[in-house]
Design a protein. Structure first.
Lengths: 115, 110
């Protein structure tokens, strides 16, 4: 079984630019989550999709972040315009069942550096 | 506000030297406590879920236990391949997000 795949693995952009991160979940997993780890801090929840619908986006920091999930398959997270404090590692995770208690399968993350 | 505090931040052990990692939590009702392992450059990998005080789970050299205020991850006779960051996370009742601690970086020296 292929795992959760994230692209790119690293991205370095300048403040004010736009970046789009992509996540391909495990095939058949309806639930897709985005998390972020800022340096020195804990991993924090951003949002949760069930198929193509946003179930919970309470962790999204502000309206510069836009997440989509096309046809309930892959997801993208766009940051526009990027700010310095957006730097960190962005993780995507997926699961089969509909609640957080089921094991989350994480991708290897996208390391975003905003200069 | 839910909080998860892990200690120590870093732990260095000799191969075969058993020890425990601590996860203290404050949460309005606990639905589940989770342990993950994270290797450098990788995403977290699920280890255990604990649901109620007194529960224990084991996997190879790892054993996780849970009380009403904290969880321990016991590592028995560790090997260098056990070196990783171990993350603890809690979930409140309802379909709520996991709240993670900062993790403990474990290094096992041969």
């Amino acid at each position: 079984e292929a795992g959760v795949t994230q692209f790119p693995s690293h991205s370095v952009i300048e403040k004010g630019q736009t970046v789009t991160l992509r996540c391909d979940p495990i095939s058949g997993h309806d639930n897709l989550y985005w998390y972020r780890r800022v340096m020195g801090k804990e991993i924090k929840f951003l949002l949760h999709f069930v198929k193509e619908s946003k179930q919970d986006e309470s962790g999204m920091p502000n309206n510069r972040f836009l997440a989509e999930r096309t046809g309930g398959t892959y997801s993208t997270l766009k940051v526009q315009p990027a700010e310095l404090e957006d730097s960190g590692v962005y993780f995507c995770a997926s699961s089969q069942e509909g609640w957080f208690g089921s094991p989350l399968h994480f991708g290897n993350g996208t390391r975003l550096t905003v200069t | 506000e839910d909080q998860v505090t892990q200690s120590p931040e870093a732990l260095r052990l000799q191969e075969g030297e058993s020890s425990s990692l601590n996860c203290s939590y404050t949460v309005s009702g606990l639905r589940g406590l989770f342990w993950y392992r994270q290797d450098p450059g990788k995403g977290p990998e699920f280890l255990f879920t604990l649901y109620s005080a007194g529960e224990e789970k084991e996997k190879e050299r790892l054993k996780a236990t849970l009380t009403k205020k904290e969880s321990f991850l016991h590592i028995t006779a560790p090997k260098p391949e056990d070196s990783a960051t171990y993350l603890c996370a809690v979930q409140r009742p309802g379909n709520t997000p996991l709240v993670f601690g900062k993790g403990t970086r474990l290094s096992v020296i041969a």
